[in-house]
Structures are given as structure tokens and as C-alpha cells.
Design a protein around this ligand. Structure first.
Ligand code: APR
Length: 255
């Protein structure tokens, strides 16, 4: 592993543009559940016998907002009860040392921002848990924590409409702005792409890795398990983001 880490550190040091793609695995080290794999949120069904993807879907938020919010509240409470870990901090530090380093995250926990990743080089492709906004009048509401102590679904103080976070629920489209930013940056190309803690379940997560391969870039996966990406990357760093990322940073000069 040490040899592989040194190889990745050298590639990063020589790189101008770097993309770090993260998934639930980077927050697993903060104690948050992942979605798939061992103990994953999606492996089970809800108390109502529904797959979690149905409960956390756009149509469910319209049809039965209280049921959808029951699971949105669970996710929110878990994220609010934990905090970023050394993996998030290492990524933020990498972005300080490499001004051409971007983060594309599928996580809605806000931990990259909290750990110091600059917002202008962070693409939160599945949105974020806060602030909430009213589906009827559009008013913004930054009382997520208070709403979680009240009956669900949370209601707008102005018009009593049902509030929601800007997260991408199942069967919903990705946010235009985030998608636009991602494709603007992909068009400029990346020298190194690291996929950290993700099963790469979506084409927009696989695509940056494949594009880097095609344009002679260097691709890395950081994950204790193998995934569909494993056979495509140049180097697999088999381990937890919490352990691998700080080790990687220790071999990258601060200048
Ligand atoms: N460090 C690194 N990787 C880890 C760790 C860890 N400590 N623990 C688990 N992993 C890996 C798992 O092996 C798995 O490959 O993290 C990955 C988590 O995969 P998923 O649970 O599928 O999460 P993710 O890839 O982020 O899912 C993508 O699916 O439903 C949507 O919106 C949801 O954003 C989510 C998206």
C-alpha cells in the first residue's frame, strides 16, 4: 500500500487539475450509514414495508409528505449529530495546496464545506440538507434543527406550505447549476481523478473517471471494498478514507 500511496502522491504533486469524487464512504468514518453494502440504508425496507428509495422519492414527498419527511428527518438528525472526519479535512487541505483541485460530492451532509473545502470548488450534485425552502411560496427557511423537534412535515411560516431541503430525492432531476458547473470543469479536463467512498452508482460519477482515462489522466479509487470502478482505475488504495487520505497528504509538499 505504501508504494501505491507514494505513486498517487507523485501524480497529484505533478498535476494541475485534480478531481476528488466522494460518496457516503467518506462520511462512514463520521459514523453516518452508507446507502449500499454492509448495513447500507438501502438494503432494508422501511417500517411501512417500502424500499427506502420509494420513501425518499419526489413523488412520495408530494403524495405523503409526512412519510417522506419521516426518513428525511432521520437522515438529517444523523448528519446533524455527527461531524466531518480526518478524511474531509485531508481533502480540504489538498484543495489548499492544489488550487486546481475540485470536489464532486454525492453527500448531502455538508461535511466538505464544514471541513473547509472552498464552496467555489465544491460541487454538491445531490444538493444539501439545509436551508429548507417552501414548495408553495419559495420562501427560504433556515430552521431545520427546530423543525426536527416539531410535528412533520415542516410548514412554511409565511404560507403554511410544506417545506423541503434542496436534496435530490429519488426520481428527481439533478440541480441544473451543479450539473452545469460539473460539465464546465470536465470540459477543461482533469490530470488526476480520485473516487473516494462511492459505489459509483450513477453515470455522472463514472464519467469523470472514464474521461480521465481517455485523456491520459491518472485514476485512483480509495475504498475498502471493490466496486464497478475498481477494474478501470490505475491504482486502488484499499482502505478507509480516514486512514488513506491523511497518509496521502503526508507525502504531498505544502508549498
Ligand atoms: N472509507 C472509504 N470508503 C468506504 C468506507 C470508508 N470508511 N466505508 C464504506 N466505504 C465505501 C463502500 O465500500 C461503498 O463502496 O463507500 C461506498 C458507499 O457506497 P454507497 O453506499 O452506494 O454510497 P454512494 O456511492 O455515495 O451512493 C451514491 O446514491 O442513493 C444515492 O443519494 C444517494 O448520494 C447517494 C448515492
Amino acid at each position: 500500500m505504501e508504494q501505491a500511496i507514494l505513486q498517487v502522491a507523485r501524480a497529484i504533486e505533478q498535476a494541475e487539475r485534480i478531481l476528488v469524487i466522494t460518496g457516503a464512504g467518506v462520511s462512514a468514518d463520521s459514523g453516518l450509514p452508507t446507502y449500499r453494502g454492509l448495513g447500507g440504508l438501502y438494503n432494508g425496507h422501511t417500517a411501512e414495508g417500502l424500499p427506502i428509495e420509494a420513501a425518499l422519492s419526489g413523488p412520495m414527498l408530494q403524495r405523503d409528505p409526512a412519510l417522506c419527511w419521516k426518513y428525511l428527518a432521520e437522515l438529517s438528525k444523523a448528519c446533524l449529530a455527527a461531524r466531518p472526519n480526518a478524511g474531509h479535512s485531508a481533502i480540504a487541505e489538498l484543495q489548499r495546496r492544489k488550487p486546481g483541485c475540485w470536489v464532486l460530492t454525492q453527500n448531502i451532509d455538508g461535511y466538505h464545506r464544514a471541513a473547509g473545502s472552498p464552496a467555489q470548488r465544491l460541487i454538491e450534485i445531490h444538493g444539501e440538507l439545509a436551508p429548507l425552502f417552501c414548495q408553495s411560496c419559495g420562501a427560504e427557511d433556515d430552521e431545520l434543527i427546530e423543525h426536527l423537534q416539531r410535528p412533520l412535515p415542516p410548514r412554511c411560516a409565511r404560507c403554511a406550505g410544506v417545506l423541503r431541503p434542496s436534496v435530490v430525492l429519488f426520481e428527481e432531476r439533478l440541480p441544473e447549476a451543479a450539473l452545469g458547473k460539473l460539465y464546465d470543469e470536465l470540459r477543461k479536463g482533469f490530470d488526476v481523478v480520485l473516487a473516494v467512498g462511492t459505489t459509483a452508482s450513477f453515470p455522472y460519477i463514472v464519467e469523470p473517471v472514464m474521461q480521465a482515462r481517455k485523456t491520459g489522466g491518472f485514476t485512483v479509487e480509495v475504498n475498502p471494498s471493490s466496486t464497478d470502478l475498481s477494474r478501470w482505475v490505475d491504482v486502488r488504495l484499499e482502505g478507509k478514507a480516514l486512514d488513506v487520505l491523511p497518509a496521502l497528504l503526508s507525502h504531498i509538499p505544502e508549498h
